[in-house]
Ligand binder design. Structure first.
Ligand SMILES: Cc1cc2nc3c(=O)[nH]c(=O)nc-3n(C[C@H](O)[C@H](O)[C@H](O)COP(=O)(O)OP(=O)(O)OC[C@H]3O[C@@H](n4cnc5c(N)ncnc54)[C@H](O)[C@@H]3O)c2cc1C
Length: 378
């Protein structure tokens, strides 16, 4: 049976697209070559951040997402997503870093971000176990977190309750087309649809190639360290001010910044590394050691805490650090929702919402021009 929308990929972004499209009354089928959250959604942390974004299109998307995640928490249930509005704390280790951070918070406040400058003396009230060796910081009460795999599964379940179908173990191999795209060819047969949404994350470029409408999505590798479960000794997502610069960097070489956070499950997650080394899944002890040392620098008590495991994932990186969202004029019928780099969990809610608006002819809540797929052509 033909549906209105085929969503390729059952990661966080595909799940959000399926949920919002089904909620808008569209008939939806999700096609996933592995299982639910088989891609980068199982390799990241799950923060929904406004704090790490400079004013511009991505911050606008993040602000919309924060609002939508709160609504999802109420509608689906915060427990089913492990949604926690715990806030973020950014720490400046030097007076120079603090000056830069204060300038960023001022720019963000002008865009509607709740960003509170915090003195070094005020930081222990937010994070009692933080090193005293800091110049100051900022508190972002809007930042929140979900458990990405749970959240993707919960949104897919909610989409199914709205009539969507989910086909795991189904690899998309090519497109069916007349004048426009009319469906896809898969390992489990053909699927017909009016629109095909490319939510294949880091593999979004491969799907775009199959449709003859290339997109430069590349993998940007990152490790996460997981400690043994602890009582709630780290209350926020805490990271150093240089993290924002690393996120925005175009360098292919290894970059690390210190990111530490407690989770509802009690484990502490430690990041963040970024490097463009293709899909190389090898473990790197120097990177893991560097991240652990950075975390101990911020929270000295972690020196006596045991690491349970490390894992890694590949962020879907576009050269201008913006995702690709919206219909592709080069391949009518094809719609993209990919390339969200290190923010795809957070930005998924707004992405799914905007895709549903685009496919139902509703004026979008945000201008999609900065995210248009053909912007790389030149
Ligand atoms: C170390 C690390 C930390 C991170 N931390 C955060 C964070 O704190 N907050 C945040 O917002 N983001 C974070 N991210 C980024 C985030 O994880 C990604 O942006 C997000 O998971 C992308 O989701 P997605 O659904 O687009 O892609 P994916 O989860 O990769 O889903 C794409 C799916 O498409 C499927 N697929 C691919 N090709 C085909 C095909 N031909 N046929 C069928 N299916 C196909 C794949 O199997 C996959 O399941 C982090 C990433 C890393 C690596």
């Amino acid at each position: 049976m033909a549906v209105d929308v085929l969503v390729i990929g059952a990661g966080m972004v595909g799940a959000a697209c399926a949920y919002f499209c089904a909620g808008a009354g569209l008939r939806v089928a999700v096609l996933e070559r592995g299982g639910v959250a088989a891609g980068t959604t199982s390799g990241g942390e799950g923060n929904i951040l406004v704090s790490d974004k400079e004013p511009g299109a991505e911050l606008d998307l993040a602000l919309l997402s924060v609002r939508l995640w709160r609504e999802l928490g109420e509608r689906i249930g915060a427990d089913r997503l492990e949604l926690e509005v715990k806030g973020g704390v950014v720490v400046a280790r030097t007076p120079e870093a603090l000056t830069g951070l204060a300038a960023l918070t001022a720019r963000q406040r002008a865009c509607g971000v709740a960003a509170v400058d915090v003195t070094a003396g005020e930081l222990p009230a937010l994070e009692p176990n933080l090193t005293p060796d800091v110049a100051g910081g900022a508190h972002y009460p809007q930042d929140m977190q979900v458990q990405p795999m749970l959240a993707a599964a919960a949104l897919l379940r909610a989409a199914r309750d709205l009539g969507a179908t989910v086909h795991t173990g189904t690899e998309v191999l090519g497109f069916l087309r007349g004048r426009a795209i009319t469906g896809v060819r898969t390992s489990a047969g053909d699927f017909a649809a009016r629109w095909v949404v490319n939510a294949a994350g880091t593999w979004g470029g491969e799907i775009a190639d199959l449709a003859g409408a290339p997109l430069p999505v590349l993998p940007r590798k990152g490790f996460v360290l997981v400690t043994e479960p602890l009582p709630r000794v780290i209350r926020h997502k805490v990271y150093t001010a240089d993290y924002v610069a690393n996120v925005a960097s175009d360098d292919a070489a290894l970059e690390t910044s210190v990111v530490v956070e407690g989770t509802r499950a009690g484990t502490v997650l430690i990041g963040a590394s970024r490097e463009r080394v293709g899909l190389d899944r090898r473990m790197s002890l120097p990177v893991v050691r560097g991240l652990a040392a950075g975390a101990v620098g911020l929270f000295p008590f972690l020196a006596d805490v045991t690491l349970l495991r490390t894992y890694l994932g590949f962020r879907p990186y576009c050269p201008d650090h913006l995702p690709v969202i919206g219909p592709d004029p080069r391949a009518p019928g094809l719609v993209h929702a990919c390339g969200h780099e290190g923010a795809g969990i957070g930005l998924s809610a707004a992405t799914g919402h905007l895709i549903a608006q685009a496919l139902t002819g509703v004026a979008p809540d945000l201008d999609l021009t900065p995210f248009r797929p053909e912007r790389f052509a030149a």
